[in-house]
Design a protein around this ligand. Structure first.
Ligand code: ATP
Length: 600
């Protein structure tokens, strides 16, 4: 547990560590304030137990004379008020420190969550293509929250109470070593015994909660993502049953950890009462039954116990929570470590601010090989492809032949494991990649639409105040969306619903096309972009794309050969390489496979 906490500390940013150090100072001052409030009760009780202390030579008698009060009772009232004042200052200080501690924990949690989100958003395409988004969402939200509320916050409490208990123990130890040592030993031994008993259980419980939590997120993402199929197939029960089970496991796990951290309080209260009785008997015995002389010591011990007992309980509770939820930290540990290195590195700048690398002659994929991790067969196997600038290039081939992978390479989303991508015969490098990407417009097969307006979806990712409405209108017109917009009362300001549920497949695709056009890209890449459009709309959209593409380079993947009929060159892709290239008519004339694809 200590190792993980130290590691978590090392993951804090320098600013967070500085704040922690300042808080540590506050914690120490708080401990002294608490001690002062405990000690302050002593003189008051001494006078209550024996008024004659105000006569003679003791320091209380001197203070009485200096105060100028004419009766011991009024001096006693002054003492009482002073004790209360010290208690009040200590309580206010403790409240302030506790508030700062909670705020600190919450801030660290929020920063960790932002760090993970930023890190995930900057990961390459393969990271996302190979993983599941629900897992990332779960980690950046739920698991970070668990780490915040059940590891960092309890640790801050533990830290504060530990300092207080240590200082308080030292003080009462100086007051009477035998009594203090026995009391402290009794409490520590009781808590240690309890902790040892439940430790293993807390660990396995924490892991179970992590697993069930991840499962819940997966079920939510899959359930809502595939809602249409679920409704039609009426398979909701499969999901709800699993969700119920996972929720029960999370609830049970968290409840058990909570219970195990609270339950010992009652056992320890018994120990405390027993100890008080023992203490009274011991003091009476050692002071020959004189209640007046034991009253100050008894009050100090009682008040110290009154402060320390909840502190012990808090410490035990904090340790149980940390132990029971360290699994959440373990599940995000690697990403947090990686995100720290990432946070220190300079983040990739937005493409909107770089000078686009506009090709003048050609774009070429030369002998490229690409193998997805964990796959037996390579997706691309020495693929050669030349895209002359200003040409319309079609990519056709059976499903799984490698067309989308070739396009991903062209877009710079993945890098070839062998071979090169050349823009005007110059290989793409890490420096030129952002500039190359800035001149490409991409329309994917499945267009993601945010739960925002059409305007914001066309200018996806551009801050609202920076959107060029004129450019959006132009893009929308070119993508043949003006008819749809005219039928909507709010026009460009119409909300499309999450993932564009309020639009037809064709309308969604046209928004995707408008999005690519908004960037005024010089190279347009369309991956099955018009597959959801009906024949007539497709022809209109393609004619428009052809018109606006005048001078632009166009690369399109299509299953329907009519889409690529007018291309200057069509490349046939099979098993990760180009097997034939030519115009539509040339391929129809000489290639049997192409003829079959064209249903001729
Ligand atoms: N993210 C991925 N992880 C692992 N393998 C993948 C991934 N994406 C594609 N593949 C594999 O790479 C091969 C080529 O896939 P690719 O998507 O490039 O084909 P495609 O020609 O575009 O197919 P389609 O026309 O069906 O879209 C396939 O065998 C596929 O299973």
């Amino acid at each position: 547990m200590v190792t993980q906490l130290r590691e978590l500390y090392s993951l804090l940013s320098p600013g967070q560590r500085r704040r922690l150090l300042r808080l540590q100072g506050l914690i120490i001052v708080m401990a002294f304030a608490e001690i002062a409030s405990v000690i302050a009760i002593g003189p008051f009780m001494a006078v209550v137990g024996d008024m004659s202390r105000l006569q003679g030579e003791g320091w209380l008698a001197q203070a009485y004379r200096l105060s100028g009060f004419d009766s011991p009772e009024r001096f006693l009232s002054l003492l009482g008020v002073s004790v209360l004042a010290v208690l009040l200052v200590a309580a206010m200080f403790s409240m302030y420190t506790t508030w700062r501690l909670s705020l600190y924990g919450a801030q660290v949690g929020a920063e960790l969550s932002s760090r993970l989100y930023r890190y995930y958003l900057h990961q390459p395409w393969l990271f996302h293509a190979g993983g599941s988004s629900s897992r990332l969402i779960n980690r950046a939200s739920q698991e970070v929250q668990r780490v915040t509320n059940r590891v960092i916050n309890p640790f801050m409490q533990l830290n504060a109470k530990l300092v207080m208990v240590t200082c308080m123990s030292l003080t009462i130890f100086l007051y009477n070593p035998v009594v203090a040592a026995s009391g402290i030993l009794i409490f520590i031994a009781s808590y240690l015994l309890l902790y040892k008993t439940v430790r293993r259980f807390l660990i396995s419980n924490g892991r179970r909660v992590s697993r069930s939590q991840a499962k819940r997120f997966k079920l939510m993402t899959e359930g809502f993502g595939g809602i249409k199929d679920l409704l039609l197939l009426r398979r909701q029960a499969t999901f709800t049953t699993q969700f119920d089970r996972a929720s029960q496991q999370v609830a049970r796990g968290q409840g058990v950890t909570q219970g195990l951290s609270e339950a010992p309080r009652y056992a320890i209260e018994m120990v405390a009462f027993g100890s008080v009785i023992l203490l009274v008997l011991y003091l009476l015995n050692s002071h020959q039954g004189n209640l007046g002389t034991i009253l100050p010591a008894l009050s100090i011990y009682a008040l110290a116990g009154f402060k320390m007992l909840p502190a012990y309980q808090k410490m035990y509770g904090a340790i149980s929570h940390i132990r029971g939820n360290l699994a959440a930290y373990e599940s995000i540990r690697e990403d947090l470590i990686a995100s720290q290195a990432h946070a220190e590195a300079e983040l990739v700048g937005t493409h909107d601010k770089v000078l686009p690398l506009v090709p003048q002659r050609s774009i070429r994929l030369e002998e490229v090989h690409f193998h997805y991790p964990g796959k037996r067969v390579a997706a691309l196997n020495g693929l050669n492809l030349t895209i002359p600038v200003g040409a319309r290039v079609g990519l056709v081939g059976a499903s799984g032949s490698g067309k989308s992978t070739a396009v991903d390479l062209l877009l710079g989303l993945i890098q070839p494991q062998q071979g090169r991508i050349l823009v005007d015969e110059r290989p793409l490098t890490e420096e030129t990649l952002p500039r190359w990407q800035a001149c490409i417009g991409f329309v994917p097969q499945h267009i993601f639409l945010a739960d925002a307006t059409i305007l914001e979806n066309v200018a996806f990712g551009v801050p609202r105040e920076e959107i060029d409405a004129g450019q959006v209108e132009e893009a929308v017109r070119m993508a043949q969306l003006d008819e749809l917009l005219a039928s909507l009362p709010d026009g460009l300001e119409t909300y499309v619903g999450e993932r564009g549920v309020q639009l037809s497949g064709g309308q969604r695709q046209r928004i995707g096309i408008a999005r690519a056009l908004y960037r005024n890209a010089q190279v347009l890449v369309l991956d099955e972009a018009t597959s959801a459009l009906d024949g007539i709309t497709e022809q209109r959209v393609m004619a428009d794309i052809a018109a606006i593409a005048g001078g632009k380079t166009l690369v399109m993947i299509a299953h329907r050969l009519t889409t690529v009929k007018d291309c200057d060159v069509i490349h046939m892709v099979d098993q990760g390489r180009v097997t034939d290239s030519g115009t539509y008519d040339e391929l129809v004339a000489r290639n049997v496979a192409f003829r079959m694809m064209a249903n001729l």
